[in-house]
Design a protein. Structure first.
Length: 412
């Protein structure tokens, strides 16, 4: 790889407290020092490039040949130990859709889309409302709670588990495993193992007794694909569908509780929820950085020389805040959805998956505001902390207070 240290400014470690406290300011500094593409280092001093520019990110995601998803191209594999904590996020020889390219990728994406498109939207919303009510029933009498830990982190997985065919009892273990895997720290590999074991057990059960669920539909439509490939794709879908959606709920509620532009949102009813959710996808998107793309030959990008086999990370949060496209970041986006928060190009999040995530997130926020209309932040906004992940931006907790109300049970 072209040595990033040869730049005028040293490469930035992709991690640490600044990604928790104020990544937007860090991205501005990186853009000032390096331009639209910045040299970074990952755990173990592994070099990579972070794309900060909106135009440059569009270029990378629009050219799947030059900027490939085939991780076998990486020129750093000989340096990567077997226990590297980022292996769940930057894998090798993983038979999942994430690392498949060309026509085979398009075929696998079609299988996923068809399985999700068959989800009844009324059934989906009904599941989301029911699980949201059940979770709030456990909180509403207390007068205070942590929205992230006791609500947002539990809701998406409960809905997805029902859609995929998991039992409700498996939810907490799956939540913990996926959080560990995505955060990329000590428990990352163990979290990946738990998720894999759970998924293969579910596949075995559905092969023996199919049902009206996403997993059974994918198994029935897997012409040319092995059970292992289906399992890998399902794990990708679960991880991508749970954590970012939970953070979308938490980040949207944080915005509505702390930003003066949304001072009337809590009393404004459901109309304002969509506006807050859209604003979060621009300013505080759950998916901050994505790993990644690998260059198939030497090239230039954003004024940097990128060597063949270099790892290029997609700076979603930075590109969304690019001053060339956000000339007045203080203004509301007004429904503009030209953000990169769901990706772009062949490997973007499938549209049916986006719809599922939006229904879960919006329903979760709406039900909470219906049930706890006077919810208020319990700590100063400056005390809210983020999880230690360079990939996803979510709160460790969102403590709130509200007037205690009785549980609804089955009456809603």
């Amino acid at each position: 790889m072209t040595c990033p240290a040869a730049s005028e400014h040293q490469p930035v470690y992709l991690g640490g407290p600044r990604f928790q406290t104020d990544p937007a300011e860090l991205y501005r500094e990186m853009r000032r020092d390096h331009g639209a593409v910045a040299p970074v280092v990952l755990d173990g001093d592994v070099p990579a490039w972070l794309v900060l520019g909106y135009r440059e990110l569009h270029q990378v995601t629009s050219d799947p040949v030059l900027f490939s998803r085939d991780s076998e191209l990486w020129n750093q594999w000989e340096r990567i130990p077997a226990d590297w904590p980022l292996l769940p996020m930057i894998g090798r020889r993983q038979p999942s859709i994430l690392y498949t390219v060309g026509e085979r990728h398009r075929e696998r994406a079609a299988v996923i889309s068809e399985a999700l498109e068959a989800v009844d939207p009324f059934e989906l919303k009904g599941h989301a409302e029911r699980f949201a009510d059940e979770l709030i029933d456990e909180l509403c009498g207390k007068g205070s709670c942590d929205i992230v830990g006791e609500y947002a982190m539990l809701l998406p997985l409960r809905v997805l588990a029902r859609l995929y065919g998991f039992s409700d009892a498996q939810g907490p273990g799956l939540v913990h495993a996926m959080n560990e895997m995505i955060n990329g720290r000590e428990g990352a590999l163990e979290g990946q193992r738990h998720l894999a074991e759970s998924m293969f057990a579910l596949l075995s059960a559905k092969l023996a007794e199919p049902g009206n669920d996403v997993v059974s539909r994918m198994l029935a439509n897997r012409t040319g694909f092995t059970v292992e490939e289906v399992a890998q794709d399902l794990m990708v879908m679960m991880a991508a569908g749970h954590q970012p959606t939970a953070d979308w709920i938490g980040n949207s509620l944080r915005l509505m509780l702390t930003d003066d532009r949304f001072a009337a949102s809590l009393a404004g009813g459901r109309h304002s929820v969509g506006e807050a959710m859209n604003e979060v996808l621009w300013e505080d998107t759950p998916t901050q950085n994505v790993a990644g793309r690998w260059t198939s030959r030497d090239t230039h990008l954003g004024g940097q020389r990128i060597g063949s086999g270099d790892l290029v990370l997609l700076g979603i949060g930075a590109a969304n805040a690019d001053p060339h496209v956000r000339t007045d970041a203080g203004e509301l986006t007004g429904g503009n959805n030209a953000f990169f928060s769901f990706g772009h190009g062949e490997h973007r999040c499938p549209f049916p998956a986006q719809e599922v995530a939006e229904v879960i997130a919006r329903t979760g926020i709406e039900v909470l505001l219906d049930r706890l209309p006077d919810v208020d932040l319990a700590v100063p906004a400056g005390d809210l902390a983020r999880r230690p992940s360079p990939w996803l931006r979510g709160l460790t907790a969102l403590p709130v207070t509200y007037t205690p109300t009785p549980a609804l049970g089955a009456t809603r």
